[in-house]
Write a protein that binds this ligand. Structure first.
Ligand SMILES: [Zn+2]
Length: 491
């Protein structure tokens, strides 16, 4: 209930008819008790299901594999060049597992920005089948680009000997044999949507996409009225690269997009850690939004987003948990807590309370970014019945002083008991109802030997590059960057 007191929410019955919330009230009258299912929500908090507004299912199996790896180097693990083709069984198993983790954490919608490289229809079908079977809502985008990674990272080209350059691209890059977006339009955008799936577009990052590709993306987004998700300035190196490569746009990628006419309310910029003041203002002017992923930003030594400046500018803010190989948990409680706490570093002067802001970002903010703000992210009549029930018979909520603050600062996921998507109970008593969880764990076990073998080959390849990677990283960190002088606090 958007207008309710989130610290002291009212007690009410929520009536669901089909996939929607039909009404909210005290002591709802039931005309025909035999035809309804009652989910007893006494001693529970009922939340709009979380929207994980930035997630990639392609490396679910790599959770817990890496530490102390800066972003530029991490990409070589997460999206390596010359990656051996994956089996459809692996793609299916990892998608099931990721969806299971998200649902069990109280997320009812995920934005999967998926790299399928090389693209194979059977992989795409396996992904769609897994999502359908688990029963989670998905805002789905394929990730693509048309510029080589080595061209988009400062100092790499000059630091590495030319014979190593082929090892430095990543798999989100040019798909020469297939017009991926054209294919996506023909096979998906123009056809009937699977239930609980909505489409989006995923240009990997502006510096990895030519102006022509960005233009084509936004034209498609406008034609089909779908959102666009991309990455911006996750690391200091990405901001530095912009300064070095596009001086004619004052070194600012957001200015480039604005002047190319592709910046509008459909765009969602994941990370936004190293945005400059001028770019925050441009985003606000064009009604574009951001999706913050504090967990991964810290794990990969990227820094923290200027949370207070983004809030003060009135930007739409969503929250995500990003890749499993960097975040590593798909856990919105962790994301919300970091969001609320890191606001202190982005501006050390006390500002407005952050717990409700974190909850709004995790629900309404993500829904609005997906262009689904009129049907998702709130508990209100006419909205989709996507609900998460948190058991308050737990030390986390005893005594109950503030539902919002205790959800954000104390709850870590233990309390998620039931999860409803489209009016159906997909998680009941902490167990997935749609697919047997042990079947999922077994399917993962079957594909892990091959995944581990290939991941170890990749790790060995990256290890050989380590001296040059370290040197390039030191150069990035030592280079002067104008943004350091901006008054956003300790990034
Ligand atoms: Zn990402």
């Amino acid at each position: 209930m958007p207008d309710a007191d989130w610290n002291d929410p009212p007690q009410a019955d929520i009536a669901i008819a089909g996939d929607k919330i039909a009404g909210i009230g005290l002591d709802y009258r039931i005309d025909d008790a035999r035809s309804i299912e009652v989910v007893d929500a006494r001693d529970h908090l009922v939340l709009p299901g979380f929207v994980n507004a930035h997630y990639h299912s392609h490396d679910v199996l790599a959770k817990g594999t890496l530490e102390e790896v800066p972003l530029e180097i991490w990409r070589l693990y997460a999206l390596p060049p010359q990656y051996p083709p994956r089996s459809a069984e692996e793609v299916y198993a990892r998608t099931l597992l990721g969806a299971l983790e998200c649902l069990r954490s109280g997320m009812t919608t995920i934005q999967d920005m998926l790299t399928l490289y090389p693209y194979e229809e059977r992989h795409m079908d396996a992904v769609m089948r897994a999502y359908d079977e688990v029963g989670i809502r998905v805002v789905f985008a394929l990730q693509y680009a048309d510029r080589k990674g080595i061209e988009t990272i400062p100092f790499w080209k000059d630091t590495f000997p030319p014979e190593l350059h082929p090892l430095l691209s990543t798999a989100a890059e040019p798909e020469y044999e297939l017009d991926l977006i054209g294919h996506f339009e023909t096979t998906r955008l123009k056809t009937a949507r699977p239930q609980r799936v909505s489409w989006a577009l995923g240009p990997s990052a502006p510096e990895r996409c030519s102006p022509a590709l960005m233009r084509r993306t936004v034209e498609l987004a406008r034609r089909y009225d779908i959102p666009v998700y991309t990455h911006i300035y996750e690391s200091r190196g990405m901001a530095l690269q912009a300064r070095l490569s596009i001086p004619h746009y004052s070194g600012l990628l957001i200015r480039r997009l604005a002047e190319e006419g592709v910046l509008d309310e459909r765009l969602n910029f994941a990370h936004s850690v190293w945005l400059s003041r001028a770019e925050i203002d441009l985003l606000a002017e064009h009604d574009a939004g951001v999706v913050l992923n504090p967990q991964g930003n810290l794990k990969m030594k990227c820094g923290i987003a200027p949370i207070r400046a983004l809030q003060d500018a009135g930007l739409r803010i969503g929250l995500g948990c990003d890749n499993c190989s960097c975040s590593d948990a798909q856990n919105m409680f962790v994301a919300m807590k970091l969001f609320a706490l890191l606001a202190a570093i982005s501006d050390p002067v006390p500002g407005p309370p952050q717990a409700v802001a974190a909850l709004r970002a995790a629900t309404e903010g993500g829904a609005e970014g997906a262009r689904l703000g009129d049907v998702l992210g709130r508990i209100a009549p006419g909205f989709k019945a996507d609900l998460t029930l948190i058991d308050t018979r737990d030390p986390t909520f005893s005594p109950m002083n503030s539902a919002a603050r205790q959800l954000v600062h104390i709850e870590a996921g233990r309390g998620v008991r039931h999860v409803i998507v489209d009016g159906k109970v997909m998680v009941r008593d902490r167990q997935l109802t749609t697919v047997s969880e042990s079947t999922i764990y077994d399917a993962v076990k079957v594909v892990m030997p091959e995944f581990r073998r290939d991941f170890s080959t990749i790790s060995q390849r990256v290890a050989k590059l380590q001296p040059w990677l370290d040197r390039a990283h030191r150069l990035i960190m030592a280079a002067e960057l104008d943004i350091d002088r901006l008054p956003f606090g300790g990034r």
